[in-house]
Design a protein. Structure first.
Length: 197
C-alpha cells in the first residue's frame, strides 16, 4: 500500500496542503495529457509581479523514451536512481525579470508560486510531485537551448504514488520517515527578527 503522510498540524489546514508530501516512489502508470494540462492551467493562474508570468516548464513523459532519457540525463546520478520511477519528469525555470534597468528579485518567488499551484492541483488527481535541486544546470541549458536570460531553478518528478520497496537504499528508508516541521514560533516575528532561531 502507498504511504499516507498527512501533516501533523497544530491548526486547521486545507486538505490538499495537509496531504502534500514528496514521495520518491512512483507507480508505472501514465499521466493523461488532459490532466497534465489541468496542472499547467493551475500554474498559469499564479500571481506574479506586474503579471510577468516568468515561469517556464520543460517536461518529458516516459512513453517517449528519447525525450525521457534526455531529461533523466540532466538529473545528478543520485537523483536518477529514484526520478526514473516517475512517468513524468521535468524542470522549471524563469525568465529574469527586469524592472527598468534593474533585475527584479521577484521572478524566483513568482515561479515558486506557480509551482506551488501546479503541485496542489496535482493532488486533485492523486498525483504527487517531488522537486529536486540536484540537476545539471549547464546540461539543461545546452540540451534544451535555454536562453541566457532564463534561470533553471529545479527539476521535478510527477506521478501516482508507488510502493517504497521499488526504491534502492537509502531512498526506500527515507520514504518511510516521519515528516517534521519547525514550529510557527521559529519563523514568525513581531517586534524584531529573532536571530537566535
Amino acid at each position: 500500500m502507498p504511504i499516507n503522510k498527512p501533516a501533523d498540524a497544530k491548526y486547521k489546514l486545507n486538505t490538499l496542503i495537509k496531504n502534500r508530501w514528496s514521495p520518491r516512489a512512483f507507480e508505472n502508470k501514465s499521466v493523461d495529457n488532459e490532466i497534465l494540462n489541468s496542472l499547467f492551467e493551475a500554474a498559469r493562474w499564479a500571481a506574479s509581479c506586474n503579471n510577468s508570468q516568468p515561469w517556464r516548464f520543460i517536461i518529458a513523459k516516459k512513453e517517449n523514451s528519447e525525450e525521457y532519457a534526455k531529461a533523466l540525463s540532466c538529473f545528478n546520478e543520485n537523483n536518477q536512481k529514484w526520478v526514473s520511477t516517475a512517468p513524468v519528469i521535468g524542470f522549471i525555470g524563469a525568465y529574469q525579470l527586469m524592472l527598468g534597468d534593474k533585475k527584479s528579485r521577484t521572478y524566483f518567488y513568482d515561479t515558486g508560486m506557480a509551482m506551488s499551484q501546479f503541485t496542489l492541483q496535482a493532488l486533485e488527481y492523486d498525483l504527487y510531485i517531488h522537486q529536486a535541486g540536484g540537476v545539471l544546470l549547464e546540461e539543461i541549458k545546452i540540451k534544451y537551448d535555454v536562453p541566457d536570460d532564463v534561470d533553471i531553478i529545479c527539476g521535478f518528478a510527477l506521478g501516482y504514488q508507488g510502493e517504497a520497496d521499488i526504491l534502492p537504499e537509502p531512498y526506500n528508508e527515507r520514504e518511510l520517515q516521519e515528516r517534521v516541521r519547525n514550529p510557527i514560533e521559529d519563523f514568525v516575528f513581531t517586534n524584531s527578527f529573532n536571530k537566535d532561531k
